[in-house]
Design a protein around this ligand. Structure first.
Ligand SMILES: [Zn+2]
Length: 364
């Protein structure tokens, strides 16, 4: 193609691409982060992975959040009335799946950018509904919040993410000043609307059980400064924006245009642990998630789990045998799983609340 014409073609193609990316999601930074087979490295996982080890001092399968279901009742319903158990989050955010997903409903206060990926645990869906309604109540003329990916109906691997597998992660687009969503590649820290974004984050943190929010540190700074300048208690803000490995809000690459929120889903997670020994009683649920490593083929994986290539292809809706490095496959098992990864018991920490809220709660 002659050079001038090529440039012209690129010039008209670019805005069309940008439009499409904005309207269908996922957010552009995550588009950039899409794993390319040769390029995806383990190091990326630090962005939104999940710790696979129990915290010190946490031991044993304590039943707290699903205590209404004694073991025999759980086993009976697992076999005969699976639906009645509600959402079940199996495994980890970055190596897991979802049973009986809750679907994010439709509402004026938000837009589902990917309705087919709007499935999560009941806890996560309820928390999102609550937070979006709270922002709408505070800012009645606001454009709707923009929810991108939560996860597949049955969870599991979702390109381009590492996590979003167990129904506890959600990507939420920023609110922008005058509701004008900027084009690709534009810096967002001065264009996003700190008032509504802070209202959203504040409600999520104080009104639900957030495990972590991933967002770029430049965005964090704008929110923090705005919150302090608008009367938030400094001690509360210092706790919300504390640094460190277990901080509530953490910096992550590729998070300059959206919040990635991971919720605790205590009941769903606890049920996920408790049904692990029961999986083999339902053949369609007798699955383990496997992460594809360098050099592995479907043949290797089928042999390692004593199953067949065909069974793996069917379980993963695969036509061919192409695998991505780091991809998570559902592996149908023929016998009870003896080495399935089991997350530690979930223990939801106290919520991060401003001093005024703590004082009023304790005086009641
Ligand atoms: Zn995400």
């Amino acid at each position: 193609m002659p050079m001038p014409f090529l440039l012209f073609a690129l010039a008209i193609a670019a805005p069309i691409r940008a439009q499409a990316a904005r309207s269908i999601g996922p957010f552009e930074d995550e588009m950039v982060a899409a794993p390319v087979p040769d390029d995806e490295d383990e190091g990326d996982e630090a962005d939104d992975g999940e710790e696979e080890v129990a915290e010190p001092g946490v031991t044993g399968p304590e039943i707290k959040y699903s205590a209404d279901l004694p073991d025999d009742e759980l086993e009976r319903r697992w076999k005969d009335d699976l639906q009645s158990l509600g959402s079940i989050s199996v495994g980890f955010a970055d190596q897991g799946r979802l049973i009986n997903a809750a679907r994010m409903p439709l509402d004026d206060a938000w837009i589902l950018e990917r309705p087919s990926l709007a499935y999560g645990t009941k806890e996560a869906v309820d928390a999102l509904i609550n937070a979006f309604h709270a922002v709408r109540k505070q800012f009645p003329s606001s454009a709707p919040a923009r929810l991108s990916h939560i996860g597949n109906q049955d969870g599991g691997y979702l390109r381009p993410h590492h996590s979003h597998q167990s129904g506890r992660d959600a990507d939420i687009g920023f609110f922008y000043r005058n509701d004008r969503v900027p084009g690709r590649g534009v810096r967002r820290d001065r264009l996003m609307d700190p008032a509504r974004n802070w209202a959203l984050i504040r409600t999520l943190i104080t009104g639900s059980d957030v495990q972590v929010i991933l967002v770029d540190k430049g965005i964090q700074k704008v929110l923090r400064d705005w919150a302090l300048a608008n009367g938030e208690d400094r001690d509360f803000i210092d706790r919300v924006f504390a640094k460190g490995h277990h901080a509530l809000i953490q910096h992550a690459r590729h998070h300059k245009d959206h919040f990635h929120v991971r919720f605790y889903a205590p009941r769903s997670q606890e049920l996920g642990r408790r049904v692990q020994p029961l999986l083999a009683q339902r053949p369609e649920q007798n699955l383990v998630m496997h992460k594809v490593r360098q050099g592995q083929t479907l043949g290797h994986i089928a042999r390692a789990y004593d199953t067949t290539i065909k069974a793996i292809q069917i379980a993963n809706h695969m036509r061919g045998s192409f695998l991505h490095l780091g991809q998570q496959l559902r592996i149908p098992l023929r016998k009870p799983c003896t080495h399935c990864p089991l997350p530690p018991p979930v223990v939801v920490p106290p919520r991060c609340l401003p001093a005024s809220a703590v004082a009023s709660a304790s005086s009641q």
